[in-house]
Ligand binder design. Sequence first.
Ligand code: HEM
Length: 154
Amino acid sequence: MQRLRLLLPIPILIGAALVPAAQDPVVQDPVIHDGIEAAPVLEDHMEAIELSVKRLRRSLRDATKAEESLDWVVKAEHAALAAKAMVPKMSEHVPEAKRAEFQLAYRREIAVLIEHMLTLEIALLDGDADAANEAFTALRELEEPAHARFTEDE
Ligand code: HEM
């Protein structure tokens, strides 16, 4: 019993060591794979999302193409996850006092985008075509207002 009491704090200490150090709540660390940042430019990830959306528009119409749809939605998820850790170009034109708030709002919106992608993935895994179409519509409806808010004309 005495021995058990001595051993008990060990998992707690290991658990505490695994919790990441307090992170900047606004800007995330870039996503790194094998020491290489996935792609350095936010636009690249957005273009990857756009390609996935185009392919999904077709594959979702065809029930025999669920595997293909799953591949495209997973590609979109990876791109969106990488995009979430990045800073939009527009940020440099946002007044400094408002910049952190802008970045937080951007991050939140990408998180919602990923949420819709995951809902779409779950619907595909369940073979639920109606739920898949609903999630896809919700996902696409984010694009225009998000671009109005987080991008600007050059
Ligand atoms: C279906 C959803 C979306 C698609 C297909 C999409 C697609 C794109 C594309 C193709 C570009 C590049 C435009 C260019 O030629 O310059 C772009 C840029 C951008 N998008 Fe999206 N987008 C989507 C959703 C979003 C969301 C939800 C956000 C924000 C939360 C967002 C934020 C941005 C930003 C900030 C840029 C400019 C890149 C930069 O600042 O470096 N997009 N997007």
